[in-house]
Design a protein around this ligand. Structure first.
Ligand SMILES: N[C@@H](CCC(=O)N[C@@H](CS)C(=O)NCC(=O)O)C(=O)O
Length: 191
């Protein structure tokens, strides 16, 4: 299994998930300055020309959410994903998609000081934070004591927010980030 990777990119999310799965894999470094992510060979793996991308035998996966979903199902022994048919599966899939379709763009607007328009399909970041606080409940993770790929996808966004240097504003979410960063294989930017 190969993970196409640059430590200064969102590929750190897929790497966190892959590390949580255990067992060996290969990192393929991609140099943005050399535009290796736009090379014809790489575009056969990810036609969008972005990181991360994962290759597992003949299977190619791009987009962090898809990679985390794929890995969660691929490594059942790591117990990072509710199985098909499990009661938790629907909420799990919803949170995985929410992370990338609502949370990430809303947070991006906030970080880049873009005024969100309702037609864009995602709300203001404050609304997203309300939703995630509600989903977290008493925690410690989104599924109680069970750490899943949903924590990788959603937690990585709040870790990223902290790394960006925004002031802490929601104690519950800050405590969640602290818990996630205390995990031995937690996401690290730049490594
Ligand atoms: N939604 C995508 C975002 C991927 C993405 O935008 N990656 C950036 C690095 S953080 C990239 O490869 N940018 C290079 C480019 O667009 O030219 C995901 O989560 O996989």
């Amino acid at each position: 299994m190969k993970l196409y990777y640059n430590p200064q990119s969102r590929a750190v999310i897929a790497k966190w998930m892959r590390d949580e799965c255990g067992a060996g894999y290969e990192i393929v470094p991609i140099d943005f300055a050399k535009r290796e992510h736009k090379a014809p060979e790489f575009l056969k793996i990810n036609p969008a020309g972005k990181l991360p991308a994962l290759v597992d035998g003949d299977t190619k996966v791009f987009e962090n959410a898809a990679i985390c979903l794929y890995l969660g199902d691929k490594f059942p022994e790591a117990n990072l994903a509710p199985k098909v048919g499990a009661l938790e599966r629907g909420r799990y899939l919803s949170l995985m998609v929410y992370s990338t379709s609502q949370l990430e763009p809303a947070m991006g607007d906030m970080l880049l000081k873009v005024q969100p328009l309702p037609q864009r399909g995602w709300p203001e970041f404050e609304t997203v934070k309300d939703v995630i606080e509600g989903e977290l409940g008493e925690g410690p993770y989104l599924f109680g004591n069970w750490f899943t790929a949903a924590d990788v996808m959603i937690g990585s966004m709040f870790i990223w927010k902290r790394m960006w240097g925004t002031p802490p504003d929601r104690p519950k979410l800050e405590a969640y980030v602290d818990r996630l960063l205390a995990r031995p294989k937690a996401m690290q930017l730049g490594k």
